[in-house]
Design a protein around this ligand. Structure first.
Ligand code: ZN
Length: 150
């Protein structure tokens, strides 16, 4: 939405207000031709303002939706934790996942990996296979630090 739309709305509202004041203050009878013309202008200006307000409302709805999406992405980014070969979502002491690294890095999509057992995982979206350190050794190597191992 550009500022000219807002200016147009304000212009229409001002015209409508001016016309309303003119009719009120002039003491003219609405039966008079001039009064009727002014009233027609007033109705037209109000109709324009109404249409323009509807488009502003639509733009605001779209902006709200965009803001909401960005807030969600920001929340995810704050909670996202990379632990090779996949991502986890960490929320306080809650750990959710793992999620596909390919899908998140490419499209910011959080796709839960399917556990195939014995440390191998598969993404049902990009079809990528992942193996973690338990796959190679069948038990966690002592030199691999895992902050979630309790
Ligand atoms: Zn994937």
């Amino acid at each position: 939405m550009d500022m000219s739309a807002i200016s147009a709305i304000l212009g229409s509202i001002k015209t409508a207000s001016d016309l309303a004041k003119l009719i009120k203050d002039s003491g003219i009878s609405l039966q008079e031709a001039e009064g009727k013309m002014k009233l027609a202008d007033l109705i037209s200006a109000l109709a324009d303002a109404k249409i323009e307000m509807a488009s502003v409302q639509q733009v605001l709805i779209e902006k709200d939706s965009e803001i909401h999406k960005l807030q969600e992405k920001l929340e995810i980014k704050k909670k996202l934790y990379w632990a090779r070969p996949y991502y986890w979502l960490i929320d306080g002491d809650k750990k959710d996942g793992p999620y596909c690294q390919q899908c998140y890095d490419k499209n910011k999509e959080l796709i839960r990996l399917q556990d195939l057992g014995t440390g191998s995982w598969r993404c049902s979206n990009c079809k990528e296979f992942f193996t973690d350190n338990t796959y190679r050794t069948q038990s966690r190597a002592d030199n691999e630090w895992d902050p979630f191992d309790r």
